[in-house]
Every structure is written in structure tokens, then in C-alpha cells.
Ligand binder design. Structure first.
Ligand SMILES: Cc1cc2nc3c(=O)[nH]c(=O)nc-3n(C[C@H](O)[C@H](O)[C@H](O)COP(=O)(O)OP(=O)(O)OC[C@H]3O[C@@H](n4cnc5c(N)ncnc54)[C@H](O)[C@@H]3O)c2cc1C
Length: 495
């Protein structure tokens, strides 16, 4: 189980010490930033592995390390990409510069950029989407233009229009007179995958952000990168040596019982074993629904618990992934977006991981993963029905695979996958700097302007680290500027 966290090395006696509670991406990003500035960091993670909600486990039947869910990251996620470069894992991703959308007509629509500047770079692919009429494309384009010119304030979903502001993105779409077909085949396809919520539970500002940052603002924001190794390897073994070289201590299976607040400051943590670990600073990087439970109620902790009141009101949405092993290939595409279907994205895991079936083994399998965001329906109907529906859809999309035998399957549902980006959600998200000067909050749920993503987690970790470094007299900056709107986008959208 590794190191003795109670022991301080000679070196640590002279360096400021930080305890990071939680080894998800927020905790790891804070650690990476601090460790690169000669701060002594101990990461305490309750589970046996790092990565938090982005992790893998071993499937008993196939022996394969499978991710809890395929994680993808867009080109606009500047902090996440910076983090990967910082800790030397950026070479473990592949970037897709062509996306494949398949509508009910079963045609594969190849979506890629032309040489034109944003926002026109994707116009040609958009125009050619086979499952829309010209009229619908025009109506969607018009609504996108209006959306980009809106400046919603996040507190109530209110917009700059003088009329009554919409309370959710579904209401805004109704105002724009978008047809059911356009909603199911365009708006829902993009937003449910990105935000994992139904449109009536999405804040207008976050819906706008997905299109502005991802698709229309810059030429490469829409590109999708995905790891070519299991998440465990990416955030565990691949980063371990980088942390070791910088004397950061990573302790897994080490649950923290409470953050200790004494004399108006954080003095360390108490572990579930009863041990105490002192530190100059504490970063609390656990999920929103657990943050408050790490403080024992007292006069000293009341202001902190008050700051976390919004987090206690946050809601979460589930994401399910259906893992399928067939006896023959279903598609040679690396991924596909299934438009207006129950299963939303198919990932060809054998191709992405570059794993060819072992011809020397009796068992030759081709591994696919189908991701379903906002997956309440999967929970309602259960695993057997979900798998059956997804397999049926794959056979409908690729009828030539009707004979393919399903060798093995499993469904993984993360019930609290992401926080729901409900209208006005930003009011609930606390800043990283707590009211106690040496206690920081980090996590995708803290205030970052991003929905629940790896980008939000990394940005929050960087913000927490910057706050600590500033208190130590170091003005280093880790937070990356958001790629600015291209000149033509600025003209188009009057920004
Ligand atoms: C199924 C699924 C699919 C997703 N897909 C994507 C995607 O494609 N792209 C994307 O950008 N994002 C995606 N996300 C969201 C992304 O995974 C999260 O936003 C991000 O990983 C959150 O990181 P975090 O560090 O804030 O929190 P977490 O990952 O939850 O980390 C918190 C850590 O704290 C630990 N912890 C809790 N309590 C204690 C304690 N008492 N003591 C010590 N440790 C403790 C937990 O074990 C955990 O490891 C997905 C999430 C899920 C679940």
C-alpha cells in the first residue's frame, strides 16, 4: 500500500506541506501544479485507484481492464490538454478530426472542418447532414446565430433579450420554434452527450457554451481526443513516476474522515484509521455530495458548511456504458454518433486501444462500447433490456452484422456521473478559496464556468493550487486562457 504518510522527510521540514483529499482529476491537477513548484504534496485517495470518476476496473470474464465509461475531451478543453502535457501523458491520446454521424437513414455523415475560418469551418459538413431538409438546416443555423448573440446570465437563465427570459434551454428552443425533429436530431444529440441532462433541465448559458466553445468559436475546439490506454493506466501508472520524481506522495485506500479546523485555520486531516496528518494547506477535492460530510459541525466549521450549502442542493445525472464483445467486427469506424437512438455514441474500443484480436487464442472478440448519457431509462428497464435494445440498434444501423454473435456484455452505470447543469446552477457552486485561508475546495462542481467535465476538474485543481502558491508568495499561473473567438466569429456574433 505504499508509503507511510505520517513520516515527514528531511526535505519536507523545509518545504510547505499540502494534503490533497481525493485522487480524481481535480486533486491530481492541484498536485501536479503544486509539485512542479517544490511544494510537498500528499494525495489521499479512499479507493484503491486514482482517477475518481474517470477510472477502469478488470472485467472478470474477459480479464480486460475496462473503463467505467469512455471519456472524451474536446479541443477547447485548454486546461485538460495543458495538464496532460505537464505530467507527460499527452502522447496517450488520439485525436479524431472526423466525426461520424449516422441518422435514421443509416448513412454515415462524415463531419470535418474545411480550410474556412470559424464559424464557417464546419458549415460544409453541417449542410450535408443527410437526415435534415434544407428548411430544417436553415432553421437550426438561424437559431445558432441567435444563440451565439445571447449573453445569458447564469443566475436565472435570463438573457439579454428584453422579453421574459427562458427558464431552461428547452424553453429557449421553443421560443426559436425548433421542430421536434430538429430537437431530437440536432440539439439533443449535442447537448445530452455533452451535459448528460434533458433539455428542460439545462441552463441556457451552459447550452450556449457547448456550441460557442466547442463548435463555432474556434477552428479546433470541436475535435475529440480519447485515451488509447485504459483510464487506470493513464491516471495511475503513466503519471506515477512523474509524481514520484517530484516527491509527491500518493496514498490509495486511504479514506479521510474529517478535515481538522482549529483556531480558524485548517491544520490537517484525520484519517478513517484515526491517524492524524498535519499540513500547512488542505485541498478538499471530493465529489460535491461528500464535501460537507468531512467537517464535524462546530462554531469553527459552520462558515464552511454554509459555503457548501449550495453544493448540498446540487443534483446529479447518471451515465451508462454498455460494453459489448462480438465474435466479428460490427464496424470499422473508430466511433459513431447514433442520431435519434437510445444508444448515443458507439466507440470501437478494439480500434481505439489498437488491440487486434489474438489469432492464437480460441476466443476472438471485438470490443465496442455504447455510451448513454442522461441514462435514467437504462436504470428503469435494467441491464438485460438495455443490452438487447442497444444490440438491436447496432444491427439496424449495420444490417450486415445481424449474424454477429454477442459473446459477452455488461452495463456500467455511474449514478452520480455529473452534476445536473440546472438553470441557475452557478449560484450553487462555491469558489475554490474557502472562508478559511488555507483550505481550498476543488472538483468539477466548484466554480469554473464549465459543466461537469475533466476540464472543469483540472481547472478547479489549478485554481486551488494558484491560491495556495499566491499565499506562499509565488505568482505562478496554471489556468489556461480560453481560446479566443476567431475574427470572423467575433464579427458574426457581435462579440
Ligand atoms: C460515466 C461517466 C462518463 C463521463 N464522461 C466524460 C467525458 O467523456 N468527458 C469529460 O470531460 N468528462 C466526463 N465525465 C465527467 C468526469 O469524469 C468528471 O467531471 C471528473 O472526472 C471529475 O473529477 P473530480 O476530481 O472533480 O471528481 P472525482 O473524479 O469524483 O474525484 C473525487 C475523488 O475523491 C475520492 N474521495 C471521496 N471521498 C474521499 C475521502 N473521504 N477520502 C479520500 N478520498 C475521497 C473519490 O474516491 C474520488 O477518487 C464522465 C463521468 C462519468 C461518471
Amino acid at each position: 500500500m505504499g508509503i507511510n504518510i505520517a513520516a515527514k522527510s528531511e526535505n519536507d521540514r523545509t518545504r510547505p506541506t499540502v494534503v490533497v483529499v481525493g485522487g480524481g482529476l481535480a486533486g491530481l491537477a492541484a498536485t501536479a501544479a503544486l509539485a512542479s513548484r517544490d511544494v510537498s504534496v500528499s494525495v489521499l485517495e479512499s479507493r484503491p485507484r486514482l482517477g475518481g470518476r474517470a477510472s477502469s476496473f478488470r472485467d472478470q470474464e474477459t480479464g480486460e481492464a475496462i473503463d467505467n465509461c469512455q471519456h472524451v475531451v474536446m479541443g477547447c478543453c485548454a486546461n485538460f490538454h495543458h495538464f496532460c502535457r505537464l505530467v507527460g501523458i499527452d502522447h496517450l491520446f488520439r485525436t479524431e478530426r472526423e466525426l461520424y454521424f449516422i441518422g435514421r437513414d443509416r448513412r454515415v455523415n462524415r463531419f470535418s472542418a474545411t480550410w474556412l475560418p470559424a464559424p464557417l469551418h464546419l458549415a460544409k459538413s453541417f449542410r450535408k447532414l443527410s437526415y435534415f431538409s434544407w428548411r430544417e438546416l436553415w432553421s437550426i443555423a438561424r437559431a445558432l446565430k441567435v444563440l451565439m448573440r445571447e449573453s445569458f446570465t447564469s443566475d436565472s437563465g435570463s438573457s439579454n433579450s428584453p422579453t421574459q427570459s427562458p427558464s431552461s434551454f428547452a424553453e429557449w428552443l421553443a421560443e426559436q420554434q425548433q421542430s421536434d425533429h430538429a430537437i431530437r436530431n440536432f440539439w439533443q444529440v449535442v447537448l445530452v452527450s455533452a451535459l448528460s441532462e434533458s433539455l428542460d433541465r439545462i441552463d441556457c448559458g451552459y447550452a450556449r457554451k457547448v456550441f460557442a466553445d466547442g463548435f463555432l468559436g474556434s477552428r479546433r475546439g470541436w475535435e475529440v481526443s480519447m485515451p488509447i490506454v485504459p483510464l487506470d493506466e493513464l491516471y495511475g501508472t503513466a503519471m506515477a513516476s512523474w509524481f514520484r520524481e517530484r516527491n509527491s506522495r500518493i496514498q490509495t485506500q486511504c479514506g479521510v474522515k474529517q478535515v481538522l479546523i482549529e483556531g480558524g485555520q485548517a491544520v490537517g486531516v484525520e484519517l478513517r484509521t484515526g491517524e492524524r496528518l498535519d499540513a500547512d494547506h488542505v485541498v478538499l477535492a471530493v465529489p460535491f455530495h461528500l464535501a460537507s460530510s468531512l467537517f464535524v459541525e462546530s462554531d469553527q466549521t459552520q462558515p464552511i458548511l454554509d459555503e457548501l450549502a449550495g453544493a448540498r442542493r446540487m443534483e446529479s445525472a447518471p451515465i451508462s456504458s454498455v460494453h459489448l464483445w462480438f465474435d466479428r467486427p460490427i464496424t470499422s469506424l473508430p466511433h459513431a454518433v447514433l442520431v435519434d437512438r437510445f444508444g448515443q455514441w458507439v466507440f470501437n474500443r478494439s480500434t481505439i486501444l489498437n488491440e487486434l484480436p489474438d489469432s492464437t487464442s480460441d476466443r476472438q472478440t471485438y470490443y465496442y462500447q455504447v455510451v448513454i448519457s442522461d441514462s435514467g431509462e437504462c436504470l428503469r428497464v435494467g441491464q438485460a433490456e438495455t443490452v438487447a435494445r442497444v444490440v438491436q440498434e447496432l444491427h439496424e444501423v449495420w444490417p450486415e452484422t445481424a449474424d454477429a454473435e454477442l459473446m459477452h456484455s455488461r452495463m456500467v452505470t455511474e449514478h452520480r456521473a455529473v452534476f445536473s447543469p440546472l438553470p441557475g446552477i452557478d449560484d450553487q457552486r462555491p469558489a475554490q478559496q474557502s472562508s478559511v485561508h488555507n483550505l481550498q475546495f476543488a472538483g468539477d462542481w466548484t466554480a469554473t464556468d464549465w459543466p461537469a467535465t475533466m476540464e472543469a476538474a483540472v481547472k478547479s485543481g489549478y485554481l486551488a493550487a494558484e491560491n495556495i502558491l499566491r499565499q506562499l508568495g509565488d505568482a505562478s499561473q496554471f489556468v489556461q486562457p480560453q481560446p479566443s473567438l476567431g475574427w470572423l466569429s467575433r464579427m458574426f456574433f457581435h462579440h
